[in-house]
Design a protein around this ligand. Sequence first.
Ligand SMILES: Nc1ncnc2c1ncn2[C@@H]1O[C@H](COP(=O)(O)OP(=O)(O)OP(=O)(O)O)[C@@H](O)[C@H]1O
Length: 761
Amino acid sequence: MHAKKHPDYIAEQDRFVFTKSYIQLLLEAARNNETEYREHIRQAIMNLNSGDSSLGYISLLTNAKFLEMTEREHRHLERVQHRPYFARIDFQNTSQSAPETLYIGKISLFDRESQEDIIVDWRSPIANVYYDGRLGRVSYEVEDGMIEGDLSLKRQYIIEDGALQEIRDIDITTKDELLQQSLGGNAESRLTEIVSTIQEEQNRIIRADLYHPLIVQGVAGSGKTTIALHRIAYYIYKHAQYFAPESMMILAPSKLFLTYISDVLPELGVDQVQQTTFLDFVTECINVKLVFTRMDEALVDLLQEEDMQAKREKERLLSFKGSLPFAKMISRYMQDIERSLLPQEDFCIGTLTVYKYERLRRLFLYEYKYLPVYKRIDKLKRVLQNHVKAKKKEMEARIIEHYDSKIERALLIRDATRRKETVIRLMDKKEALLKEFQKECRTAVASYIKKFPKKDVFSYYKELLQSAENMRKYGPEGLSETIIANMTASLRKRKFHYEVGDAAALLYLQHHLYGVKKNIKIKSIIIDEAQDYTLFEMFVLKKVCGTELFTILGDLSQGIHGYRGIKDWDLLIKRIFPKANYLTLQSSYRTTIEIMNVANAVLTGHSDVRVPIAIPVVRHGNRPVFQKYEGAAALQEAVECFVKEGKQHGFKSFALLGRTKEECNELYLLLQEKLPCALMTEQQELRHNMLSILPVHVAKGLEFDCVGIVSYKERFTKDELDVKLMYVAMTRPLHQLTVFAQQEEDVLLNSIDHSLLDWQS
Ligand SMILES: Nc1ncnc2c1ncn2[C@@H]1O[C@H](COP(=O)(O)OP(=O)(O)OP(=O)(O)O)[C@@H](O)[C@H]1O
């Protein structure tokens, strides 16, 4: 309802004006405080050189801290000043005599004098009833229990250009109009924060127990990416002392994806969260410039392989490399390295045994077990050096004492010449022995340590994989000879060039043998598009990061890397995260009912779906179009028309998706002269207002207003991989989907219910 027509308009407008002016007051105060703190800091710096500078330091640090806090508050207030809140609830706690009115916004604000809430943060416990509760009896959780009460009003506001535009009261029957409106927008305005329209099932995930791992199976467009980011904001709010933003890490599928999500966290008031890809994380941990063949290159290789037998073998190899049996194989191999590393001898200085082998072995294998293997060598070295230092004095004293007593006895010899000769001989001997002993003391530790083999992580890895014998020895029983042969052949010649499937193994070896080079202080990890990870990768991440606090979000129906990735969440829970909570998201918010119906039909018609299929939230649009064409010129024309019509409807972002990179190159060559377009790779940023041409696997996780899927030189087969690619492609558009092909079967549309599409030729 238009704000002015609402019966409470005057009261709401007053409240709105009051809140905005209060924020202005605080902003002004923040500006003044900043100037003051800066001046204090300047003075403190000037005073630092004077005699007693400790007071100066304290003043400097205190003022710097205050300045930082004020600047943060300033930033937050500036962000919300034009739209301070988005909702209101009237809630009466059972112990209260009247309902309390609470305005919900992105930050909390209270009256500095009365201490009363002006705005409550969307992450606060009571805000939960806005997301969760229907009108009537509701409850929410607080630290020491549950609060029950009555929710008598749930109201949403549309605020634009700093003015109250609409006021909507939500009752049980009213659909969430704000959600509808927000979903009707363009891709450019989407994927920012969705705090005002978070849905109940999404809210459960954002607020799910922070001290347990969480695994979320969510259909395409169910908000997994968005929710992951909101969960981070929630974490930081709820446990600010424990979860600093720097202690959280987001693992995203590509750099392109990272730029795509980069605006959301600052919008939510969160900076400094670590954001990276799995391969970059591994490279940082090993701290050597490594080149990994990316996952999509393995995918392209599979898509291009026409020999089915060869394709299956490649898949089996990739699948083994991602499996826990492979992790076990590496682990057995590392145990052998660990056991064989220590020289099988006592540690001696000359003929003097200082440490027995058995004792050294016990130290190395058991007492220092908490350290990575090669770090134990350093530890042992330090212990031996200290021991030698202590022993040296004692031994020197013994040698001196031994010879001095001999010399004393020699002095009693009657014959003067013999006496002189004997004393000189003994003194020389003593001297020589002391020198010899001192020399041995200096070199004993170094020459003992030299006996440990010096190899890097790559040599160890190669020694394992390049020897069929080693693989049989350490691998699982019955490991296929074809896998062994393919594995030995798979390692690239160049030292630092590896396949994506090697990354987990290298990281595991690095972690266990040397320790990772990165200073890891991560307490919580958020993994998006988790279906593309292997169990081995999950296992090693958990080991290296030393935490269980993972939030893992993915969709098995989009598992285009299923040949290597996770096929079943149960297995992940059982084998790696037994304490995990598992939740599902079934509503899809991105696309229209018409598009989602076609995507679901293609998926269920061609593959055995084991996860819930998507239910689109009520938003209708045009039926997807099947555009048949004959010849390159016709395709050119059809694509041109698709973009032109989309623009006429006010759409801004357009993508043309091809099956592989090669197919996209061909499309680019065909279209570049006709219309402005860009060939996208994972390394680039998306460019709006022109047609982006990209392979489906690169578009995974992204969204566009209008999407065209093309079969030009290549066709989508009935193979599971192609079906999933098609599903991913079909779930990218927000508003319009057009499929271009020479015949229906090239795009898996031949057996589809005809009424679902608009057939054009
Ligand atoms: N509660 C919501 N309110 C408004 N928009 C929403 C909501 N939930 C999701 N969306 C929108 O739906 C779209 C899809 O969200 P998102 O990309 O996070 O989904 P996803 O599950 O990661 O999708 P996919 O697996 O297909 O990549 C985004 O535009 C997002 O802004």
